[in-house]
Design a binder for this molecule. Structure first.
Ligand SMILES: *[C@@H]1O[C@H](CO)[C@@H](O)[C@H](O)[C@H]1NC(C)=O
Ligand SMILES: *[C@@H]1O[C@H](CO)[C@@H](O)[C@H](O)[C@H]1NC(C)=O
Ligand SMILES: *[C@@H]1O[C@H](CO)[C@@H](O)[C@H](O)[C@H]1NC(C)=O
Ligand SMILES: *[C@@H]1O[C@H](CO)[C@@H](O)[C@H](O)[C@H]1NC(C)=O
Ligand SMILES: *[C@@H]1O[C@H](CO)[C@@H](O)[C@H](O)[C@H]1NC(C)=O
Ligand SMILES: *[C@@H]1O[C@H](CO)[C@@H](O)[C@H](O)[C@H]1NC(C)=O
Ligand SMILES: *[C@@H]1O[C@H](CO)[C@@H](O)[C@H](O)[C@H]1NC(C)=O
Length: 637
């Protein structure tokens, strides 16, 4: 009797304990699976995963479903994972759609339970040292499979034939052998089987892929490679292969056509070129954007599309062969490659005179600023040298640090640290109605001093010749803590002779308008205009009808103060604070010295820093908390 009751009790408790959990895997079971994955795999960088924190919001690399109930993506690229992927951990994440463990040092094999997660559509494992066979139980829902640069051996599983959604298959640089299965995959766009030990004929279904998809397989044959022995009558060594014959035929034809056209007259040629250009342009716009886009499949339809089109903007000029040439500067803790950058979600921050600036959020959540330069005239060497200088001189708390760059013929990208957006320009001229609090005097002095220190550092470190070349209030970034950082330095030298846009003329020193070449003294002039802007609250722009803009700010200030040192020049917002006019007048004198028409009459940036420091020390003593109006304290925070 007692036994019977015990059995009933046990089975009842089993029922309650077991059945519900088996049916509803939840976030807790996902967390457990991830924690045991992390526990059994050494890793270089710390994964800040703990049982007590929120997996969905604070675990690095983890993205959840919109309802926050399950894990949807796990992206841990280049975190130094080391050793075999434990089975029975990640395989339990049965709502996982994206798994990226690439650029780690994973070894042994790919556990079948991971490859077969039914919901999985993107699997990135490239650049590891995984070996063994590719599991035959691959998920049928895969769209993107990248196992390249590993040590996989054995054959390409036939199962691949059944993954009808597959758009990209990257298996290059492994040790795969055997034949290539006949892949009738309607969506397959990217295929790379190069550098393996595959053999036999290339199936006809893959004939439209380029020769670079198959290179480095000694025993592979058939179009687009050499014809297989025995399929065509063995050609004599001297006779061209069909391909070569075809190519030289076209060559001969096109030369003939050109001669005919030249003979027929230049006009025809011109028309032809124009038509050709139009065609190429149209085609470029219409072609598949490449890897970046295929991987973003499965993103939410709403955000995904906009993101994608922006991403293409800075990835379009990057050649496949040139990926991974992102050059990082020493001492930089970032751990991503160009591929990550192109795959990152991008948002346009602004379009400036040198190109478009994007905010890019990478797979692992790292946020950087990417500047895509246009109209660079500098050659590769010159560009690289200038980047070295910019990277070196930018190491200052008041300068935005360049972290990496990319150079190719068509594309130049710069990667900077991300700073919460906000500039002196916005702080001074932003829309007051939209809740902007006017900057008080103490803050303005602080920002000017920090900007001056940043610029003085650039001048000192760059060794006499280095100039910022583009000082203006929108290039002084102001963080939430109201500290200032100089941006966009050193780029003017790389650009075509600056065709100063009308709206920038206000900052240009008079001699630069003629010579077109900025100097350190012209930087000082621009900085003087910046100080005037800060003092007057007026923007040095040509903007008729806007009361707060004055095209030639120095001239205007001069004309006002010639009569007497009048408070009329100062920003009305500043005059509300008592006892600061003395300092404002001192600052105004400094600014006027900076905008002296003759370069030699202008002070050097170090002197500017010292003068502002003097001004600040007087303002610092005066505005001690006791006698400072309450209002002011609020504005600083
Ligand atoms: C873990 O790191 C991420 C990214 O670095 C961060 O956003 C998150 O707050 C961290 N979580 C914890 C619990 O420290
Ligand atoms: C495979 O994907 C389809 C649509 O993309 C989805 O409906 C289906 O549930 C997925 N299969 C599994 C097993 O998750
Ligand atoms: C990769 O693993 C193989 C054994 O599977 C080993 O022989 C080889 O040295 C490893 N390569 C690297 C680069 O670690
Ligand atoms: C592919 O799918 C077909 C039909 O669904 C099935 O008969 C075949 O066994 C599958 N092949 C593999 C290798 O799974
Ligand atoms: C890929 O394999 C080729 C040929 O063996 C080799 O030249 C190349 O360096 C490899 N690439 C990488 C990234 O290992
Ligand atoms: C490559 O495959 C051929 C047979 O197709 C085999 O004889 C050879 O040993 C293989 N090479 C390597 C390095 O595995
Ligand atoms: C395939 O990979 C090889 C080796 O990395 C590379 O040289 C080749 O350009 C790639 N081909 C394609 C079509 O991506």
């Amino acid at each position: 009797m007692q036994h019977l009751m015990l059995i009933v009790f046990l089975s009842a408790s089993l029922f309650f304990l077991h059945i519900p959990c088996a049916r509803c895997a939840d976030l807790n079971s996902d967390k457990q699976a991830l924690l045991s994955f992390a526990a059994s795999l050494p890793h270089g960088r710390k994964l800040n995963w703990t049982l007590t924190t929120q997996a969905c919001t604070s675990w690095v690399g983890v993205t959840c479903t919109p309802d926050g109930k399950r894990v949807r993506k796990l992206r841990l690229p280049a975190v130094g994972l080391f050793g075999p992927i434990p089975s029975d951990t990640l395989g339990k994440l049965d709502t996982l759609e994206v798994l990226s463990l690439r650029s780690n040092r994973l070894t042994v094999s790919l556990p079948p339970d991971v490859a077969s997660i039914p919901s999985l559509h993107s699997l990135y494992l490239q650049h590891n040292n995984l070996s063994g066979i590719i599991p035959t139980s691959l998920s049928s829902n895969l769209t993107f499979l990248d196992l390249s640069y590993n040590s996989f051996n054995g054959e390409i599983p036939l199962k691949v034939q059944n993954i009808t959604q597959l758009t990209a298959l990257f298996l290059q640089n492994n040790s795969l052998s055997g034949p290539i299965p006949d892949l009738h995959l309607p969506n397959l766009r990217h295929l790379n089987l190069s550098n393996n030990n595959l053999s036999g004929p290339i199936p006809t279904s893959l004939h439209n892929f380029p020769v670079t998809s198959f290179l480095g397989n000694a025993f592979l044959c058939g179009f687009p490679l050499e014809p297989c022995p025995g399929t065509t009558p063995s050609p004599s060594p001297m006779s061209p292969t069909p391909q070569n014959a075809k190519r030289s035929f076209w060559k001969r034809l096109s030369i003939g056509v050109i001669i005919a056209i030249v003979a027929g007259g230049g006009l025809l040629l011109l028309i032809l070129i124009i038509i050709l250009l139009v065609c190429i342009f149209k085609r470029k716009k219409g072609t598949d954007p490449g890897i970046a886009s295929s991987s973003s499949k499965g993103k939410s339809a709403s955000g995904g599309r906009a993101e994608k089109s922006k991403k293409q903007e800075y990835s379009s000029g990057v050649q496949e062969a040139e990926r991974n040439k992102l050059v990082f500067f020493e001492g930089c803790s970032y751990n991503f490659d160009l591929e990550d950058l192109l795959r990152a979600s991008a948002e346009v921050l602004g379009k400036g005179s040198y190109g478009t600036t994007y905010k890019a959020v990478l797979e692992d959540g790292t946020t950087v600023v990417v500047k895509r330069l246009k109209e660079v005239v500098a050659g590769k060497r010159e560009f690289e040298q200038q980047m070295e200088i910019i990277g070196r001189v930018g190491q200052h708390p008041n300068a935005v640090q360049l972290r990496a760059y990319y150079y190719s013929k068509d594309e130049k990208l710069l990667v900077y640290d991300y700073i919460t957006p906000g500039s002196l320009c916005a702080a001074l001229h932003g829309n007051k109605a939209a809740g902007r609090t006017p900057l008080d005097w103490v803050t303005r002095v602080k920002i000017s001093l920090e900007a001056a220190r940043g610029l003085a550092h650039l001048h000192a470190e760059g060794g006499g010749k280095f100039t910022h070349g583009n000082i203006k209030s929108s290039n002084i970034l102001v963080s939430q803590e109201l500290s200032a950082c100089i941006a966009e330095f050193g780029l003017a030298q790389l650009m075509a002779i600056p065709h100063t846009p009308a709206r920038l003329i206000g900052y240009r020193a008079p001699e630069v308008l003629e010579t077109k070449r900025p100097t350190q003294k012209s930087d000082v002039y621009s900085f003087g205009v910046l100080l005037l802007e800060m003092l007057t609250g007026k923007a040095p722009l040509r903007s008729p009808g806007r009361e707060d803009s004055i095209e030639h700010l120095p001239r205007w200030v001069q004309s006002v103060v010639r009569e007497e040192w009048t408070s009329e020049v100062f920003d009305a917002d500043l005059l509300r604070h008592p006892n600061t006019e003395d300092e404002m007048v001192q600052m105004l004198q400094l600014a006027m010295a900076c905008v002296a028409p003759l370069p030699d009459q202008r002070p050097r940036m170090e002197e500017v820093v010292r003068t502002i420091e003097d001004i600040r020390s007087s303002s610092g003593t005066r505005s001690s908390p006791e006698d400072k109006p309450k209002e002011e304290t609020i504005q600083i925070t």
